[in-house]
Design a protein around this ligand. Structure first.
Ligand code: TRP
Length: 349
C-alpha cells in the first residue's frame, strides 16, 4: 500500500474524531504564493479548509513566501500573489477572526526552529524525498540547499503552532511524514513537546486542467478564481479538442474534452459522463459554451465578494497584520519551550 492509500484509509477515523472533538485539532496548511489560485485549489483544498473552520477546528493558513525561491531565482510578484490569495480565501469563506492567515517571512521565531530541526535529519533522508527529487528534475537547475531542506522548513511551519492536522495533496505527504519524524526525534531527544501531525487528504480526485493534465498555472490550463467571465471564456475556448462531434468522456484519448467535462461537472454538481450525454452530438463548441456557463455561474458569487473586498485595500493589510501578530505570539512561545527543552534558556537580565 502506498502512503497516499494508507493515509486515505485512515480518513474516516480522523473525520469521526474531528466531528466528535473539533476543539482538539489545530489545522495548519497553506501554499506557496507563486500565482493566482484556481479551481484546482478551490475544489482540492480551499473548500475543505472552510469546512474544517466551520466544524470548529482551529485553523491556520500559511502563505509560504520563502518557499517561492526553492526552485526559482526570484520572489517577484509575491506581494501581489499574497494579496490575491487572501482575497480568494475571504471570498471563499475563511473568516480571519477564526482562521489565522499569515506569511511565514513575518514570523522570525518560526525560522529559528529550522536550525534544531535540521540537526534531526540526515542528508541521505533529504535526498530520498520523492517530491524534492521531482521538483529538482523539473527545475532544470542545480539542487539548491533550500530546495533540499525545505521539507524541514515546512516541519517548522507546522510545528511552530503544534499543528496536528495538515490537509495536503499527494505531493506534500512525504513532508508531513518527515514532520512526524522530526517531532518524534525531538521529543525523544529533548522531552515531549510536539504532536505528531496527521496528514489530512480528501477523496476529491486530482482536478484536471483544461488539457486533461493536472490543473496548474505553469501548464496554462487553469481557470483562476479571480478571472473575469470573458477571461474564463477565452481560456476555455483555447482548449484543444477534436473534430468528432459526438462528445464522450475519454481521459486517455480525448484529454481536452475530458478536462472540459470534468470542470463543467464539478461546477454544476454533476458527473463528466452526464455532461457528455447532455452535449451528445452537439460538438466541442457546444461543450465549451456549456463549460464556460457552468464555471461562470459557479464562480459568480465568489467573484462578486472578491470584487467587493478588493475595493478596500485595508482589508488585506488588516488580515496580514492580525494574522502575523497571532502567529508571532505562538511562535515566540514555542521557541521559548524549545530552547528551554534544549537547555538553551539564558538569563538575560
Ligand atoms: N509545500 C506546500 C505546497 O506545495 C505549501 C506549504 C508550505 C505547506 N508550508 C506548509 C503546506 C505547511 C502544508 C503545511 O503548496
Amino acid at each position: 500500500m502506498d502512503s497516499f492509500t494508507a493515509t486515505a484509509a485512515r480518513m474516516p477515523t480522523v473525520e469521526r474524531r474531528i466531528t466528535e472533538a473539533p476543539g482538539t485539532f489545530r489545522m495548519l496548511t497553506g501554499e506557496r504564493p507563486t500565482g493566482p489560485l484556481h479551481l484546482g485549489h478551490y475544489f482540492g483544498s480551499i473548500r475543505e479548509r472552510v469546512r474544517l473552520q466551520e466544524l470548529g477546528v482551529e485553523t491556520f493558513v500559511i502563505l509560504a513566501d520563502y518557499q517561492v525561491i526553492t526552485d526559482r531565482d526570484t520572489a517577484a510578484n509575491v506581494v501581489r500573489h499574497v494579496r490575491e490569495a487572501i482575497l480568494d480565501y475571504l471570498a471563499a469563506g475563511l473568516d480571519p477572526q477564526r482562521t489565522t492567515i499569515f506569511t511565514h517571512s513575518a514570523v522570525p521565531s518560526l525560522h529559528q526552529l529550522f536550525v534544531p530541526f535540521l540537526s534531526l535529519v540526515s542528508e541521505a533522508e533529504l535526498h530520498r524525498n520523492p517530491t524534492v527529487k521531482a521538483e529538482h528534475a523539473a527545475s532544470g537547475r542545480a539542487l539548491s540547499a533550500l530546495l533540499l531542506t525545505y521539507p524541514v522548513h515546512q516541519a517548522a511551519d507546522i510545528l511552530f503552532c503544534k499543528g496536528n492536522l495538515v490537509p495536503v495533496g499527494k505531493d506534500n505527504l512525504p513532508h508531513v511524514e518527515l514532520t512526524r519524524t522530526i517531532a518524534r526525534r525531538f521529543n525523544h531527544r529533548y522531552g515531549p513537546l510536539f504532536p505528531e501531525p496527521e496528514a489530512f487528504v480528501t477523496d476529491t480526485p486530482e482536478i484536471p486542467g483544461l488539457d486533461g493534465r493536472k490543473m496548474s498555472k505553469s501548464y496554462g490550463n487553469a481557470i483562476a478564481l479571480g478571472m473575469t467571465e470573458d477571461e474564463t471564456a477565452a481560456v476555455i475556448r483555447r482548449t484543444r479538442t477534436d473534430s468528432d462531434r459526438h462528445i464522450t468522456y475519454d481521459p486517455e484519448y480525448r484529454p481536452g474534452i475530458a478536462g472540459l467535462l470534468s470542470t463543467a461537472a464539478l461546477c454544476s454538481g454533476s458527473t463528466a459522463e452526464m455532461v457528455a450525454k447532455e452535449v451528445g452530438d452537439a460538438g466541442s463548441g457546444a461543450l465549451k459554451q456549456l463549460t464556460t456557463d457552468a464555471v461562470n455561474a459557479f464562480l459568480a458569487p465568489h467573484r462578486a465578494r472578491r470584487r467587493e473586498l478588493a475595493t478596500d485595500p485595508s482589508v488585506v493589510s488588516a488580515v496580514l497584520r492580525n494574522g502575523s501578530a497571532r502567529a508571532n505570539d505562538i511562535a515566540d512561545a514555542t521557541l521559548r519551550e524549545v530552547r528551554s527543552a534544549m537547555g538553551m534558556a539564558y538569563p538575560t537580565d
